[in-house]
Design a protein around this ligand. Sequence first.
Ligand code: NAI
Length: 307
Amino acid sequence: MKKISIVGAGQVGTLVALRVAEKDLADVVLLDIVEGIPQGRALDLKQSAHISGFSVNITGTNDYSDITGSEVVVVTAGFPRTPDMSREDLIEKNAGIIKEISLKIKELAPDSKVIIVTNPLDIMVYLAMKTTGFPQDRVFGMSGVLDSARFADCIADHLKVPVNSVNAMVLGAHGDTMVPISSHATVNGEKITNLMNDEQINKTIEETRKASLKILQHLKTGSTSFAPSAAIAKMIEAILKDKKEVLPVSAYLNGEYGFSDVCVGVPARLGRNGIGEIIELDMTGEEKKQFADSVESVKELIQKLEV
Ligand code: NAI
């Protein structure tokens, strides 16, 4: 049986464990810094196996040596934002955590693919890549699968169509500068630019950018977890089953889209070896400009890191 590890047994990490188990994808190691939490949650999850019918094992631990041999390590450790914070406000709190975890992954799971989830996402992916020293095809972040699902949900609500008839992609940074690519969005294959006017499209774009904040304002504490965990599980499945599926992920750019030495959301082919290739999508002039601004916003924050 394949093995994956999840570092951070909080809201998101625990739900990723559940989704991976229910898809019977791999044995799961759930690791956290707090004693008892990963052990207790892992036992609770494991006891659902007989009911849900999965056969993978789930273990909880505080010991990093248990991540040895993992094909994928997912990092969901760190502080979530509160409604009064931007994702970028988390940079100082979470950079130390990501550095510490990256060094452990480098030492104990040197052949793994690493999926970063901790915010601010693109900056943490960059930090993890530099700290592990892993090649760029093995360290990437979850953002675009989630943001694209939110864009699809907003479009479906506006047009009153089933969400599964919508195809939509969001690129750029995982933050307020994200770029929902409306020129490629379709409903049953028809471009949304034929179905909605500019004002309606701009409204769905704004709603997509504010989708997470809207949830946080309802919840007051804690963060989003159901949709994020579904997005992470989709990425894990693409890797473990070598699906070579094109998914938007935060990846290190080395000249693609005209940018270098930055991590940002782009479509990438995910398979057994991680990122197989980065796909360069045609964008309108306005989308290109927004994408460039988004990349610049990430670059500015990267300058603040001590890598
Ligand atoms: P949470 O607070 O429920 O869980 C975080 C867990 O990390 C806690 O159990 C904590 O004990 C653990 N932790 C802290 N420091 C650690 C360390 N050094 N080693 C191991 N474990 C450590 O938070 P939640 O809601 O699960 O969110 C986790 C992160 O994911 C946050 O930064 C949040 O902003 C981010 N996030 C990112 C999303 C994305 O789209 N990329 C979506 C949702 C959340």
